[in-house]
Unconditional design. Structure first.
Length: 376
């Protein structure tokens, strides 16, 4: 393992409410904000804290047991949705040449797999996305002039393209149900941070796409003149737009939208209440290759690594940053799709290319254990 020391000069953030009142610091032992040291790798090659266990729920090109559905290659962003006494986990397929899309796995109350099925097909490089409060999944294409597709995790309604949300190299989306907007990240070296303001909350067919004004730290939202980017990329249409190096995951909670940028290895915090933007974490150990992220009601952020040590790390509200799990034997893959089930006692994630570094060898896992959902 790499020696873990936090680089000096990392920007700290003090946000509204009870979150993030202290500077981010590294804690690689069993500190008060840690889930504890990682144990030896299990039969799946996963190292976990004491009290946690993992299982493989799906593997690319292989039928999800008992469902008749073959799991997609290159699993990426994901989310969970309540369904009766159980839940559904949705996962994107980051594949080219019209082989992308998204699939879902349905579980009963005790975690038994009941069904698996496609919810989107025929698209390209569906990387990340985001869940909406009205229980749809926004699947985002990470290609030039990529689109957002609104999909039905329950499999009953056909997916719909949402061009009003912009045509660019989409990465992730996060719904701000307090201000009735959807935040969007862009995976470009000079990408922007956007928000979509629908004309009617719950209907994404029309609205206004806006970009956060720059330089970084500015708090002005400016309309994008041509969201379809017919002649000029959206990120180049607004003078003074803020630019971020490789936008990745996006998560909204408690008045704050957190997003990651892989080019400079940063976790950002846009405080929508105070209208400020700050660096929560950046440019040092223990996180390398920040990617998808999710959170708990207690304020923990779970951040997956694209490469690095193949870890999912936790940034606690108190500021400490600790590894939660590590996948061994898959050093050329990336971790993604982090999402909790509604009860908060199961965490889902994928290793996109598995041990062989092949899109057809992706693995999707479930981790069960005593997750901390109360504030620390």
């Amino acid at each position: 393992m790499k020696r873990r020391t936090l680089l000096a000069g990392v920007g700290a953030v003090a946000l509204g409410g009870s979150l993030w009142r202290r500077a981010v610091m590294s804690d690689t032992g069993g500190g008060s904000f840690s889930y504890g040291p990682l144990g030896e790798a299990d039969e799946l090659g996963i190292r976990l804290p004491e009290g946690f266990s993992a299982r493989l729920i799906a593997r690319s090109t292989v039928e999800v047991p008992g469902t008749g559905h073959v799991w997609h290659g290159a699993p990426d962003g994901g989310a969970c949705f309540a369904h009766g006494d159980g839940w559904i986990y949705v996962s994107n397929a980051e594949l080219d040449d019209g082989k992308g899309g998204a699939s879902a796995v349905r579980f009963d109350a005790d975690g038994t797999i009941l069904d698996a099925y496609p919810i989107l097909s025929g698209t390209d490089r569906n990387c990340a996305g985001g869940a909406t409060p009205w229980r749809t999944w926004l699947s985002c294409e990470e290609v030039e002039h990529g689109a957002v597709f609104e999909t039905d995790p329950y499999g009953g309604v056909a997916a719909v393209k949402r061009p009003a949300m912009g045509r660019f190299r989409h990465e992730a989306a996060a719904a701000d149900f307090d201000r009735f907007v959807i935040y969007l990240t862009e995976d470009e070296p000079d990408g922007c941070f956007y928000r979509f303001v629908p004309d009617s909350w719950g209907d994404l067919s029309s609205g206004v796409l806006q970009v956060l004004g720059g330089p970084n730290g500015a708090t002005v939202w400016i309309d994008v003149p041509d969201p379809a980017a017919a002649e000029t990329p959206t990120r180049h249409q607004v003078a003074g737009a803020g630019h971020y190096d490789g936008g990745e995951g996006c998560h909204y909670a408690g008045g704050v939208c957190y997003f990651t940028t892989k080019g400079d290895n940063r976790v950002w915090a846009f405080d929508a209440e105070a209208s400020t933007l700050s660096v929560l974490y950046g440019a040092g150990a223990p996180l390398f290759g920040v990617d998808n992220l999710t959170g708990t009601p207690g304020g923990d952020l779970f951040v997956a690594e694209d490469g690095g040590d193949m870890e999912i790390c936790v940034i606690a509200p108190g500021g400490t940053v600790t590894p939660f799990l590590q996948v061994t034997g898959q050093d050329l893959s990336e971790l993604c799709g982090v999402a909790f089930n509604p009860a908060g006692d199961r965490l889902y994630f994928s290793s996109q290319r598995g041990p062989s570094d092949d899109n057809d060898d992706g693995r999707t896992y479930e981790v069960t254990g005593p997750f901390r959902f109360d504030p620390v």
